[in-house]
Design a protein around this ligand. Structure first.
Ligand code: SF4
Length: 382
């Protein structure tokens, strides 16, 4: 088992601003700190070609993280010592890779304090000249939101993840051979945890992912999801240009609250108002609607959903649910999915069906980590 350093000492825990803030009390002037932060990120994460800013490229060979390379990058002496207190090494260890028959691969990571978290590499199903791959990352160990269809929610919240632990899910995933063949071009914060419950750390990770001198993702390629924590939606839009996905999963408050306790705090009317008030001009939102057989999949439910989203620039992703911990919430038939989608589209709602991936390796979020936690025996597969 590898020794892992604490994520608070990791370079990957800082976006450009927070790195500059780290340097100022350690002797750098504000101007030096700003310049040094940019050059440090470039040295650590972009390698020797700072002009090659294509997101999703396989990681270029990095410069060594030492006095010589920082001097070569014209980082002032006062900042060099402070920067070298931070480690560029990943603070997670990949302990298992579980490939699925549908092409998705679940990654199980161990944290410095022995906890287990998951990411999922999801290759696109469509044929494109350059295949696109999405990485689904976790933002917490466990989750306090207790959605009844979710394995992660069953175990409760253990702790928030640090920014570096979110970034390192990506850094390790993109170095895998399959990511070299089909580079990761989108990141979604839809793994274990409710990102809005750890919003500062998530937004710092988003900033670093979108930083031109670090990982250079376009903000439109990074999506943060929420279960519907309505009182943080305005702050989200004020602080980032990343995309927002909101999980609805039921067409009325009674059914929504039964499977998503957050509905008792923020009902659908409150959620609608929060989104409509905060959504910036020209932007749109993604609504997620997991379809459960016989629970929320009737054409009348599609009508109610269409009424809810009316007036909000959006797309609806309909997701036929994976089997999860709640036996009452089963997978709908293809016919029910088709009828639901047809009803939505007939009301003019932009709708996509997203097939859940990785059913055979623990298809509901947190299932793999949950299973390994129960077994307490991480299996090292590479
Ligand atoms: S679905 Fe998301 S918010 Fe709900 S319990 Fe699972 S991880 Fe938490």
């Amino acid at each position: 088992m590898k020794h892992l350093s604490h994520p608070s000492t990791s370079l990957a825990g800082h976006d450009r601003d927070s790195l500059a803030r780290w340097l100022v009390p350690r002797g750098a002037s504000e101007a030096e700190a700003a310049r040094a932060a940019t050059r440090a990120l470039c040295t650590a994460f972009r390698g020797p070609r700072p002009d090659a800013l294509d997101p999703g490229l396989p990681e270029p060979p990095r410069r060594a993280w030492d006095e010589t390379s920082l001097r070569a990058a014209s980082v002032p002496a006062r900042a060099r010592a402070a920067l070298l207190e931070l480690s560029p090494a990943p603070c997670l260890e990949l302990v298992e890779r579980a490939p699925s028959a549908d092409g998705a691969t679940r990654l199980l990571f161990r944290t410095w304090d022995g906890r287990l978290i998951e990411s999922v590499i999801i290759p696109a199903t469509t044929d494109r000249p350059r295949p696109r791959t999405t990485l689904c990352v976790s933002s917490q160990v466990g989750c306090a939101r207790a959605c009844s269809f979710c394995e992660t929610g069953v175990h409760g919240l253990e702790r928030h993840l640090h920014t570096a632990e979110m970034i390192d899910q990506y850094r390790i995933a993109r170095a895998l051979p399959q990511a070299a063949a089909a580079p990761i071009s989108s990141i979604v914060f839809m793994g274990m945890g409710e990102p809005f419950d750890n919003l500062d750390a998530v937004l710092c990770a988003v900033e670093l992912l979108c930083e031109p001198y670090a990982f250079a993702f376009a903000p439109s390629r990074v999506t943060v999801s929420t279960v519907g924590v309505a009182d943080k939606i305005a702050a989200f839009f004020a602080r980032t240009r990343a995309e927002l996905a909101v999980s609805l999963n039921a067409p009325d408050d009674a059914r929504r609250t039964r499977i998503m306790p957050v509905g008792a705090r923020f009902d659908l009317a409150t959620l609608h108002r929060a989104i409509a008030d905060a959504l910036p001009r020209g932007r749109r939102i993604l609504f997620q609607y997991a379809l459960f057989a016989g629970y929320n999949d009737a054409p009348a439910d599609a009508d109610s959903l269409a009424s809810f989203v009316q007036g909000i620039r959006c797309r609806v992703n309909v997701i036929p649910a994976n089997p999860g911990p709640d036996p009452a919430l089963g997978t709908p038939s293809d016919e029910r999915v088709d009828a639901f989608v047809a009803a939505l589209r007939s009301r003019g709602v932009r709708t996509l069906v997203r097939k859940p991936r990785g059913r055979d390796v623990g298809g509901a979020c947190g299932q793999l980590a949950g299973a390994r936690r129960l077994a307490s025996l991480p299996v090292v597969r590479g």
